[in-house]
Write a protein that binds this ligand. Structure first.
Ligand code: KG4
Ligand code: ZN
Length: 346
């Protein structure tokens, strides 16, 4: 069965064709970074408009890359579209497009939870990852830990109480004039600084909960900038990062270390409380090189840690198609009343 996945929950317009829930025939992602970077973050109304102008081309390109033919619609058996969580206007573009296509082609349509998509991105590429597992989804909008007992059971065991990890990286980057999205920039700059130069403490959550919190370190970092007189960098440094002030590079390295420390701390506590066979880390921040390296070291000889490939870490539609496949293959479909749910829980 071949499923066309469509993803427009935030600032990436994406389409993918996936066969039998595991073979990616093509995956196209049109990033809107250039549009939003001027503003230092995603502007929801602009995101919706960009999705409207890009979606046709993205889907056409997706078919062409899979079969060298833009109009090979007869090969598509079903459509899976992200219905939430995300920006409501952005979600509506993908959903309206997916519904129209499914109606015209007379094929079934299912709505997919974006976070479930991220969780699914790991077994899509690592079918050997065993259950039960702990799944950490760490992105620009979410930071949550799930217990996956079996194929049909997924329970959220903790989440962030304020900012998401990616959001914390994006906010520091913006404050330092390093651009949007901040995660990849901080990832590149951190190795140039001393991660022990600035001390940030791990947030303590009362009652032993495994919840996350990132707004405290963001505030501490901004205070440090004021006290140490670290100002936003001039654009000329963009091409010569090694010339950036040492104090700024040290702050970036220490901040990224602290974000990764917290993720590993919660993951380890959860691992001690649950009998699991694997750890699965997904979402945009899972592309982070320090997180990848340290998670593998940290759990060496204790549990296998799986990440999606870099292309499937950040938003994409292959994970949406793979998630929708199970319901479509079981003969299920959603009705035309399906609505976008900006706060859809897993
Ligand atoms: O999953 P995603 O593409 O979109 C959401 O669902 O939010 O995640 C985007 C987030 C952004 O905050 C971005 O800064 C972060 O992922 N990110 C990274 C890296 N690449 C993207 N964070 C750290 N290191 C990276 N290499
Ligand atoms: Zn995402």
């Amino acid at each position: 069965m071949i499923v066309l996945g469509i993803e427009t929950s935030c600032d990436e317009t994406a389409a993918a064709l996936v066969e039998d829930g595991r073979t990616i025939l093509s995956s196209v992602v049109a990033s809107q970074v250039d549009v939003h970077s001027v503003y230092g973050g995603v502007v929801p109304e602009l995101a919706s408009r960009e999705h409207v102008s890009n979606i046709n081309t993205v889907v056409d390109l997706c078919l062409e890359r899979a079969w060298n033919r833009r109009s090979a619609w007869e090969r598509v058996d079903g459509i899976a579209v992200t219905r939430g969580p995300g920006l409501v206007g952005a979600l509506l573009v993908g959903m309206a497009y997916a519904k129209a296509l499914a109606f015209a082609l007379e094929i079934p349509l299912v709505g997919v939870n974006h976070l479930e998509g991220h969780i699914r991105s790991v077994p899509l590429e690592h079918p050997e990852a065993e259950l039960p597992a702990l799944a950490l989804v760490v992105s620009g909008g979410h930071t949550s830990l799930f217990y996956l007992e079996n194929q049909n059971s997924c329970r959220e065991i903790s989440r962030t109480r304020d900012d998401a990890a990616g959001e914390a990286l994006d906010k520091l980057s913006k404050a330092l004039g390093l651009g949007y999205p901040g995660g990849p920039v901080i990832d590149r700059l951190a190795p140039l600084g001393n991660p022990k130069a600035v001390r940030f403490s791990l947030p303590r959550i009362k009652s032993g909960a495994l919840d996350f919190s990132f707004s405290g370190i963001k505030t501490a970092a901004l205070r440090h900038c004021r006290l140490a007189e670290i100002n936003p960098v001039e654009p000329e440094y963009a091409k010569r990062p090694e010339r950036m002030p040492t104090a700024l590079l040290d702050l970036v390295a220490s901040y990224q270390k602290c974000v990764v420390d917290q993720l590993l701390d919660r993951l380890e506590k959860a691992w001690k409380r649950h009998d699991v066979r694997s750890l699965q880390i997904s979402g945009g921040v899972s592309a982070n090189s320090e997180l990848r390296r340290r998670a593998a070291d940290y759990f060496r000889d204790r549990a296998p840690v799986y990440f999606p490939s870099l292309l499937l870490s950040t938003d994409n539609a292959a994970m949406i198609a793979a998630t929708g496949h199970r319901r479509l293959a079981a003969g299920e479909q959603d009705s035309w009343d399906l609505t976008a749910e900006p706060n859809l829980p897993v």
